[in-house]
Ligand binder design. Structure first.
Ligand SMILES: [Zn+2]
Length: 315
């Protein structure tokens, strides 16, 4: 989400994390931030797979029989709530593996607690950089500190990776510039469940973190990649909102393609983001935006990074 709300081994070789240190670490992490009042919900999406919601953004959980595998770790301040929800699941006492779909705080809030308790943390290489490095936050006009070292991914990949956990074949792969520069999907192939992070946003406005490398063209390509990876039975789990089918990926792709085409044409005319809004770039679309101005501004910023590749007559 935006900032405002902002195999090197097999699983069997990993050290499981016991619940007690997890809880202690979580308590200390939670005490430093605002308390979460939401009660997390658990939605079972397949035999061994659940989605924990209400920790701001979704956390996908696979019970492997030898501990849990998580996709994302909830928002800062929600770690106690997340761990409480995990205890209600089979294997809930141990989190062995965490895969971050990207570096945003709502996806990495529990990283430190889980890392301290011994979980392996996997992420795309650039996502690790954002987690591990102080960086400017343009929306708040401030520098945000790197997360503590225990929160850092300990295993990274550039393009794709795979592993097996609890008999489930798990594939993950880079979604180049879909939302940030380091997004990834996580596909639990045997159960046909696909976690897509913020690379798809069927409920809330799609967010393009242009400063971290997300742009409209990258998002279109990523939505196409995800659509091809899935099939009509795939359960697609976005970072926010309910589980959807791959038709939601196509719907988002198609509306963003309309916006992309309009914006490139306007860019050719020298329009600013406000000019594009005034000209109706967000009018007559198949879905509505809560904050069209923010979306157009972010998309516009992203387009400039690729202005030499958008069309032959834009230089
Ligand atoms: Zn995000």
């Amino acid at each position: 989400m935006d900032r405002r709300t902002v195999l090197q081994g097999t699983l069997g070789g990993l050290v499981g994390a016991s619940l007690a240190p997890l809880a202690r670490a979580a308590a200390s992490a939670a005490s430093a931030t605002s308390a979460a009042s939401d009660t997390p919900g658990i939605t079972h999406v397949a035999d061994k797979i659940a989605v924990v919601s209400g920790v701001k953004d979704n956390v996908l959980v696979l019970s492997t029989g030898e501990g849990l595998l998580l996709v994302d770790s909830g928002s800062p301040g929600y770690t106690d709530a997340l761990l409480g929800a995990l205890r209600r699941l089979p294997d809930g006492a141990r989190v062995r593996t965490l895969i971050n779909t990207h570096w945003h705080p709502d996806q990495t809030g529990g990283n430190e607690a889980l890392g301290k308790a011994g979980a392996l943390i996997i992420a795309q290489h650039k996502t690790r950089d954002w987690i591990a490095t102080d960086h400017y936050n343009p929306e708040e006009d401030r520098y945000d500190k790197a997360l503590p070292k225990a929160a850092w991914p300990t295993q990274t990949f550039y393009s794709t990776g795979a592993m097996t956990a609890g008999g489930e074949h798990i594939e993950y792969g880079h979604l180049l510039a879909a939302h940030t520069e380091g997004d990834c999907y996580v596909y639990l192939r045997d159960s046909n469940v696909l976690a897509v992070g913020h690379a798809a946003s069927p409920v809330r406005d799609p967010q393009l973190d242009w400063f971290a490398g997300g742009w409209l063209g990258g998002r279109l390509d990523s939505l196409t990649l995800l659509y091809k990876l899935a099939n009509d039975q795939t359960k697609v789990v976005p970072a926010f909102g309910p589980v959807v089918s791959r038709s939601a990926l196509k719907a988002e792709h198609d509306v963003l393609q309309v916006i992309y085409t309009r914006m490139v044409n306007y860019l050719r005319e020298g329009y600013s983001a406000q000019d594009m809004l005034d000209a109706g770039v967000m009018k007559g679309l198949s879905r509505t935006w809560a904050d069209p101005k923010k979306f157009v501004y972010d998309a516009f910023k992203g387009l400039w990074g690729y202005q030499d590749t958008l069309a032959p007559n834009i230089v």
